[in-house]
Write a protein of this length. Structure first.
Length: 258
């Protein structure tokens, strides 16, 4: 039997909202970001939920979030996350997404989460969901601090590159594989497989789906992750993902508020 996989984007595909807001208030309390940044992040979260982000916005977001974390002490971030985890990291997941993951697993397909979010937040969520592997953005760390550089940015075409490389290593027949995403920036990811699906798509992706006759799924039932699957949090791993997330929402708010 030929190996196959189901590839899932994370934000607004598995998780009902952007993962970018989770740690803004705890990081403010810990002195890493300002109150103004928290307010901007809340505004950016609203804009993200309503309209998503195009390629230019995501590139600026990448630059901003990498600089935001520059010099942050990893241990400090881990401590803040550990102290606030039970308040802010009970991610809301779509019940429909979890059911779909279970169906693919039952059919013998590997579950792979592919996300532009930091690997430190994506990996533990993937573990909780029973994913076989995750492919996510990686930030550089030197002497226990974030350098402000991003080693690998898993976004747009890079998602397709990572999927193809993983398929080659694991022997996946991409024509038999599935992919799910909400964003037009993930068209390359969707094009890489034989069975693309769009989930709660943004306007541009909906148009593309109509043109290409891709199925459109609507997920509407968010549930607490700990209520849906057995939670096994990894504190250190969640830290930088939250930090990168905060960078994204702060930049998006800055773009419109300033």
């Amino acid at each position: 039997m030929t190996a196959s996989a189901a590839f899932f984007d994370l934000d607004k595909t598995i998780i009902a909202k952007s993962s970018t807001l989770a740690f803004s208030k705890p990081f403010q309390a810990g002195g890493l970001i300002s109150r103004r940044a928290v307010l901007r992040s809340a505004y950016a979260q609203f804009l993200y939920l309503v309209g998503g982000a195009d390629h230019d916005q995501m590139e600026k977001l990448r630059q901003f979030m990498s600089q935001l974390c520059k010099g942050w002490d990893v241990a400090t971030v881990n401590e803040i996350v550990a102290e606030t985890l039970h308040h802010v990291v009970d991610p809301i997941v779509y019940d429909e997404a979890v059911a779909l993951i279970e169906e693919h697993r039952a059919a013998g397909r590997d579950i792979v989460i592919v996300s532009a979010s930091g690997t430190e937040v994506v990996e533990p969520i993937g573990e909780l969901l029973g994913a076989d592997t995750v492919v996510a953005t990686r930030m550089e760390v030197e002497d226990g601090c974030y350098t402000g550089e991003i080693a690998t940015y898993v976004y747009a075409e890079q998602k397709a590159v990572e999927i193809r490389e993983l398929a080659e290593r694991r022997g996946y027949d991409l024509e038999t594989c599935y992919a799910y995403s909400d964003s037009v920036t993930d068209v390359p990811m969707l094009e890489a497989v034989g069975h693309p699906f769009v989930v709660n798509p943004d306007k541009e992706l909906r148009r593309t789906a109509t043109e290409r006759d891709w199925p459109v799924l609507v997920f509407m039932r968010p549930v607490a992750l700990r209520g849906r699957v057995r939670v096994r949090p990894t504190l250190a791993a969640l830290a930088v993902g939250g930090a990168m997330a905060v960078g994204g929402v702060v930049w998006a708010g800055r773009r419109r508020v300033d």
